[in-house]
Design a protein around this ligand. Structure first.
Ligand SMILES: Cc1cc2nc3c(=O)[nH]c(=O)nc-3n(C[C@H](O)[C@H](O)[C@H](O)COP(=O)(O)OP(=O)(O)OC[C@H]3O[C@@H](n4cnc5c(N)ncnc54)[C@H](O)[C@@H]3O)c2cc1C
Length: 393
C-alpha cells in the first residue's frame, strides 16, 4: 500500500472494550477527532465475560456504610437507563436489556437488612422488599427476605454491537500479525503507524483502554507497567431448563453467588459469579463445578439442578494497582503527558471513566480529518458460553 499523508488526530484509543468505546463516543461528541484500534475483537476480555449488571452501589453498602465505591457508582444506573432508553447519548436503545432489575435474597431466615440499606445510605437505586406472592419462582422457597433492586442487566455483546455500529468508521482492527506500531517521541506527540507505514496517525494523545493489555502498552512507551493489578475470577456456567434469574444471594457482607441469565441457541444459560468465582480461582474446573452445584442448591433450594450441564471459564480483571491489592473504589484514569490510561474497574463505571478522560484532554485541534475507509474493522467478541466445554456434574 502506498504511503499516505500523516493524519492529525486528537486521540488514538487502544482497546475496544466498554471503556474504549464509551470514551470514543465521549470524545467525538466533545468535538475531538479520534479513532480506536482493537487487537482482537471488540470486548474480547472483561466486557464480554462480564455479567452485565449495572450496579448502583448496593453491594458495596452491605455493612451499612456509604463506601467510596458506592459513592462513585451510585449515579451510573440512571445514566445507563437513560442511554438504554434512547434519552441520552450514546443512544443504546438498540441494545437488548436482559433484565430491568436484580433480586437480592438471603440463605437464612433472619430478616434481611438490605431493604433498609439503600434508603439509609442514599443510593439512587431503590430497594423494595417483596411479598412472597411477588417473588419469581426460583426464589419462592428461599427462607429469608427477598428484595428487588432497580439495577438493570445488560447484554454486553448487544451494547458493543450498538457502539460498533455508531462508530464503525472510526474502528480499526490491527491484529497481532499486523499490529499498530507506536513511536514514542520524546517531548512531542507520539505517532501510530498501521500496515507497515502506509497509515500514519499523529494524535495529540494516546489513550490506553486495553484492559489487561494496558501493562504491555504502557511498557512499550516507557510508562510504569506496575500501575495495573490483575485479580482473577473463575466463573461458572450452567445450561439447561433453568428459570430466568438475575441477582445476588447475600450472606452478611458477602455476595455468596451472583446469577445472571442469557439465552443462546434455544438454551437458558446461567452465568454464576460472586464469592464462588473468587474462591474458585484455586480450584480445578471439576472441583469448582461440584462446589458451585452445592452453593447454588443452598442459595436456591427450590431449583431443580438435575440434568444441568456445567462449564467454567477463567476471567482476570485488570484494574489500577492498589497498595492493598483489593478492588479500587473508583475508576482509575492516569494522565501522563501525551498518554491517558483507563481502567474503569466496573463496566457500569465506563461513563464516569469516559467523562474523566474528556476532562483530561487538551482542546481539540485536529479538525474533522479523514480516516481511511479501506482499513479492516474489528468484529465483536463471542460470549464465554460459545467457547465453553460443557459437562454434567
Ligand atoms: C467475570 C466478570 C464479570 C464482571 N461482571 C461485571 C458486572 O456485572 N458489572 C460491572 O459493572 N462490571 C463487571 N465486571 C467488570 C467489567 O467487565 C470490567 O470492568 C470492564 O468490562 C473493563 O472494560 P475495559 O474496556 O477496560 O476492558 P476489556 O473489556 O478487557 O477490553 C479491553 C479491550 O482491549 C483490547 N486490547 C488488549 N490489548 C490491546 C492492544 N495492545 N491493542 C489494541 N487493543 C487491545 C482487548 O482485545 C479488548 O477488546 C466483570 C468482570 C469480569 C471479569
Amino acid at each position: 500500500m502506498a504511503k499516505r499523508e500523516p493524519i492529525q488526530l486528537d486521540a488514538v484509543i487502544f482497546g475496544g472494550g466498554i471503556a474504549g468505546l464509551w470514551t470514543l463516543d465521549a470524545l467525538v461528541r466533545s468535538g475531538r477527532n479520534a479513532v480506536l484500534i482493537e487487537r482482537t475483537a471488540l470486548g474480547a476480555g472483561q466486557t464480554i465475560w462480564s455479567q452485565g449488571i449495572i450496579h448502583g452501589g448496593l453491594k458495596y453498602t452491605l455493612d451499612g456504610f456509604l463506601s467510596g465505591s458506592a459513592q462513585a457508582i451510585r449515579d451510573m444506573p440512571t445514566i445507563w437507563r437513560e442511554c438504554l432508553a434512547g434519552q441520552r447519548k450514546p443512544d443504546l436503545s438498540g441494545a437488548p436489556v436482559r433484565s430491568e432489575q436484580c433480586w437480592l435474597w438471603r440463605t437464612e431466615s433472619l430478616r434481611s437488612r438490605v431493604g433498609m440499606m439503600g434508603a439509609r445510605v442514599g443510593l439512587s437505586t431503590p430497594v423494595h422488599t417483596v411479598d412472597i406472592r411477588d417473588r419469581p419462582d426460583a426464589l419462592k422457597e428461599c427462607p429469608g427476605t427477598v428484595a428487588r433492586v432497580e439495577e438493570q442487566v445488560i447484554d454486553p455483546a448487544g451494547v458493543l454491537a450498538v457502539l460498533c455500529e455508531l462508530y464503525k468508521q472510526r474502528l480499526i482492527h490491527a491484529p497481532n500479525d499486523n499490529p499498530a506500531h507506536i513511536e514514542a517521541v520524546s517531548g512531542g506527540a507520539p505517532t501510530v503507524s498501521l500496515q507497515g507505514d502506509s497509515v500514519l496517525f499523529v494524535p495529540q494523545v494516546l489513550i490506553f483502554a486495553a484492559g489487561n493489555g494496558n501493562a504491555a502498552l504502557r511498557k512499550s512507551v516507557g510508562l510504569d507497567a506496575m500501575r495495573m493489578q490483575v485479580r482473577e475470577l473463575h466463573m461458572v456456567l450452567a445450561r439447561g431448563p433453568l428459570p430466568e434469574l438475575h441477582g445476588h444471594c447475600i450472606d452478611g457482607k458477602r455476595t455468596r453467588v451472583t446469577i445472571t441469565t442469557a439465552k443462546h441457541d434455544g438454551h437458558t444459560i446461567w452465568q454464576i459469579g460472586g464469592e464462588i468465582a473468587e474462591r474458585g480461582v484455586d480450584m480445578s474446573p471439576t472441583d469448582l463445578i461440584a462446589h458451585a452445584r452445592d452453593e447454588v442448591h443452598a442459595a436456591l433450594p427450590g431449583v431443580d439442578l438435575s440434568g444441568i450441564e456445567w462449564a467454567t471459564y477463567r476471567a482476570p480483571r485488570a484494574e489500577g494497582a492498589m497498595p492493598s491489592g483489593k478492588r479500587p473504589e473508583d475508576v482509575t484514569v492516569l494522565s501522563e503527558g501525551a498518554y491517558i490510561t483507563i481502567w474503569p474497574t466496573k463496566l457500569a463505571l465506563a461513563p464516569r471513566a469516559a467523562k474523566m478522560v474528556v476532562k483530561a484532554m487538551p482542546e481539540a485541534i485536529a479538525g474533522p480529518g479523514i480516516v481511511p475507509t479501506d482499513l479492516s474493522r474489528p468484529s465483536i467478541a463471542r460470549p464465554p458460553w460459545e467457547n465453553a466445554t460443557w459437562g454434567t456434574a
